[in-house]
Design a binder for this molecule. Structure first.
Ligand SMILES: Cc1ncc(COP(=O)(O)O)c(C=O)c1O
Length: 367
């Protein structure tokens, strides 16, 4: 669908970010998280490029996302993090389910036996995220029970940090300690080591001990991190979002702009209308509260962001014409609007800014 915004995705930036990751984690396998359409950047193109750069495995949230990648000719192993609705998909498309309780393991085992097939699975343990995963004092018994089920092979165990991005690492340490305890117990019982992964981007960047057998980053591949001091990391944001001015209005002083008349011109004004609104992922909290770039200059959003349109104040910029490029995210001239800046204004995180913009914008890829 073509709406008003274009998301320009720089695949070279993604390759660059992957190299930074490689320098940190060495030869360890990288499970690239490309769920939610690669955080809005386009899962097919991003996955193809990452595989070319050396990524050995992909992770998505739902089987539909994995099937989309398979249909695009991607043969790399794909871990499906959060979906076990349709078990047939795992067999038909050679996908790796993440098992987070015994009953799901049983259902997959039954399906495998019925099909006379063997399936590789990863098992998730909850070490303190409080989301999904085996937990409680039966974790080891449950893991052993799953390992003995017919048709299943546990080829990975995983967990997820809840706050690896904080300067205070005490909770992340306790999660890692618990994960390592589970791994050791399992080793004693099974007499073999199970491939283990827990590190998201924040842990990749700051928590070397958690890198284990593989790392599982998402955000840093797209050029951001959830750390406070990441200007030193040299990651390059891969997404730029732009549009063009739909119309320019010359309005007198005292003229109300947009729903609710929350902005009234204080002078004779030149107001630009851009064809991007909250339906395009441009948060309504940017109403009277964000800037965009025009001719390399920051100009304010005025009035409320509408569903499909937003107004910007062009009064201080010379010679702007309808059709002129407007950058909502990314660089134009010497100015840059980052996902951090927008996230701060909307009280959210860069992840939400990227996935929101990515969802409806037309994508253009730059190599
Ligand atoms: C299970 C799991 N692993 C890894 C990641 C990647 O995290 P990040 O994007 O912070 O690197 C996510 C992201 O939400 C996740 O849910």
């Amino acid at each position: 669908m073509n709406r008003g915004a274009v998301a320009e995705v720089n695949l070279t930036a993604i390759a660059h970010n992957f190299k930074i990751l490689r320098d940190i984690v060495g030869k360890r396998p990288v499970i690239a998280v490309v769920k939610a359409d690669a955080y809005g950047h386009g899962a097919i193109e991003v996955s193809k490029r990452l595989i070319q750069e050396g990524v050995s495995c992909l992770a998505v949230a739902f089987t539909d996302e994995a099937i989309q990648l398979r249909n695009a000719g991607i043969n790399a192993p794909i871990i499906v993090l959060f979906d076990t609705k349709d078990l047939e998909d795992f067999f038909n498309f050679n996908l790796i389910p993440v098992i987070h309780d015994v009953s799901i393991a049983l259902a997959i085992s039954r399906k495998a036996t019925e099909k006379r097939k063997k399936i590789n699975v990863h098992v998730k343990v909850d070490t303190g995220m409080g989301r999904i995963g085996l937990s409680g004092n039966k974790i080891i018994d449950n893991l052993i029970c799953i390992s003995e089920m017919e048709g299943l092979e546990i080829t990975g165990i995983m967990s997820h940090f809840s706050e690896a991005d904080l300067l205070d690492r005490s909770f992340a340490y306790s999660q890692l300690k618990e994960f390592n305890r589970i791994r050791e117990e399992l080793f004693k019982k099974l007499k073999k080591r199970i491939f283990s992964h827990i590190a998201n981007s924040a842990a990749v960047l700051t928590f070397g001990e958690s890198h284990l057998d593989a790392v599982r980053p998402g955000l840093m591949l797209y050029g951001y991190s959830s750390l406070s001091k990441d200007s030193e990391l040299n990651l390059i944001p891969a997404m730029k979002v732009k549009t063009v001015i739909l119309c320019i209005r010359n309005l007198p002083s005292g003229f109300p702009i947009s729903y609710g008349r929350t902005f009234i011109t204080k002078r004779q004004s030149i107001i630009g209308v851009i064809p991007v609104g909250y339906a395009d992922g441009y948060n309504r909290l940017f109403s009277n509260n964000a800037e965009v770039l025009v001719k390399g200059v920051r100009v304010p959003v005025v009035g409320r962001v509408c569903m499909d349109l937003t107004m910007i104040d062009l009064t201080d910029i010379k010679d702007v014409k309808e059709g002129e490029e407007v950058v909502l995210l990314g660089q134009q001239g010497n100015e840059t609007i980052t996902a951090y800046e927008l996230a701060n204004k909307a009280g959210t995180i860069p992840y939400e800014i990227l996935t929101s913009f990515g969802r409806y914008s037309k994508k253009e890829y730059v190599n």
